[in-house]
Design a protein around this ligand. Structure first.
Ligand SMILES: [Zn+2]
Length: 372
């Protein structure tokens, strides 16, 4: 990866991996006390506070929130690192802070973050609650939006390992969307601005992860927060941090989120996005769902009922155990038509028991237990 402006200089060493409950951020956010917006503190279903921070004093207001889905922590890590950069008192960070005001909610769904689940404590997907407003977290985000009247919104998420881009398929390591503002997916002024900003981000990231950036499907659903804010006329961008090969802790995608945020915010600060063509957004290929975690070849060696030339697809289930996320392999499908690509191939013909890790033993046992 080309990394001229090094993320490593700003990477906060106190957070790592996938599990990121609010309590793990305390050490960091205690140092942000002077930035907290005192009259804007939300409360989750379970009674956890949802603080909002303000950085900078420019006239371009950017509202950003992460971990609306509690188990999607990669963008939070990248965001924390980006704020670390903003607080370095460098020429570039000061320029941004002079031009922009960043309103930041690091974890919108603290209950889901602590339980490592997409949903809030009431098992509601907050990103499908922007017509009903049935949950305190969605009501709170709307009240922050009303209070700060943002010029831009950044909606920060993780996507699953299944997302691919291009042909032959590569992992969609980062994806973006300028959500539709209406059911016709019209090019409204706010949407065009979002598209141009995504084109800027794409230019930056293509140098680091060529052909691994995808564009999400833009079908309109204003229960989703991005579509809802876009409908209200505020340029809104969906960021989705995805899988980089062998990076299940998502530390590489964390660096990419950092660069994506820098690139977008810097472009807003100097208004460079306005000269980008909309076509550059549509040139980004749409995401597909072609990837699975593990493909097991020669499965017939441990299970004679499985056709010889097929591939057994295994997906990891993410399980929270003693404060860590464990990746438990589970049978997903038998692929007889080469429908899928795999992040990793396991060949049962070269497995030697003395060399195998527990995980590979599990995989052999899973394949042996498949009933065809
Ligand atoms: Zn999400």
């Amino acid at each position: 990866m080309i990394d001229s402006f090094s993320h490593l200089n700003y990477k906060n060493p106190s957070i790592e991996g996938r599990y990121l409950p609010w309590t793990d951020l305390k050490q960091i956010t205690e140092r942000w006390d002077s930035f907290v917006i005192k009259d804007l503190i939300g409360v989750s279903v379970n009674g956890n506070s949802i603080p909002v921070y303000r950085f900078g004093f420019g006239n371009k207001t950017i509202l950003m929130w992460s971990q609306m889905h509690g188990n999607e922590s990669t963008t939070t890590k990248g965001l924390i690192d980006f704020i670390g950069f903003l607080n370095t008192d460098s020429e570039t960070s000061n320029k941004i802070l002079n031009q922009c005001t960043l309103i930041v909610i690091p974890i919108l769904n603290p209950d889901g973050a602590s339980a490592y689940t997409r949903f809030n404590k009431n098992q509601v997907d907050l990103n499908r609650d922007f017509q009903d407003f049935s949950q305190p977290e969605s009501v709170f985000l709307k009240s922050v939006f009303d209070h700060v009247s943002p010029d831009f919104c950044f909606n920060l998420h993780d996507q699953r390992t299944i997302f691919s881009v291009g042909s032959p398929a590569k992992p969609a390591t980062m994806s973006f969307l300028a959500p539709a503002a209406d059911k016709d997916c019209a090019l409204t002024p706010s949407r065009e601005i979002a598209m141009k900003l995504i084109a800027v981000i794409n230019d930056t990231l293509q140098q680091m992860i060529p052909n691994q950036i995808g564009r999400f499907d833009d079908a309109f659903n204003n229960q989703c927060v991005g579509d809802y804010f876009q409908e209200l006329g505020v340029p809104t961008i969906l960021f989705e941090a995805g899988h980089y090969p062998e990076d299940y802790k998502r530390e590489v995608s964390r660096a990419l989120v950092f660069h994506a945020l820098f690139s977008a915010v810097n472009s807003i600060a100097c208004e460079s996005y306005s000269s980008y063509p909309i076509d550059a957004y549509f040139d980004i290929p749409e995401n597909q769902k072609n990837f699975l975690d593990i493909g097991v070849i020669h499965p017939h060696l441990v299970n004679k009922h499985i056709p010889k030339d097929s591939v057994v697809a295994i997906q990891y289930k993410e399980v929270l155990e003693a404060g860590e996320i464990r990746f438990i392999p589970e049978f997903h499908a038998i692929d007889q038509e080469n429908k899928f690509s795999f992040h990793r191939i396991v060949d049962l013909s070269v497995l030697k028991s003395d060399l195998q890790t527990t995980v590979l033993h599990n995989i052999r046992d899973i394949v042996a237990a498949i009933c065809v």
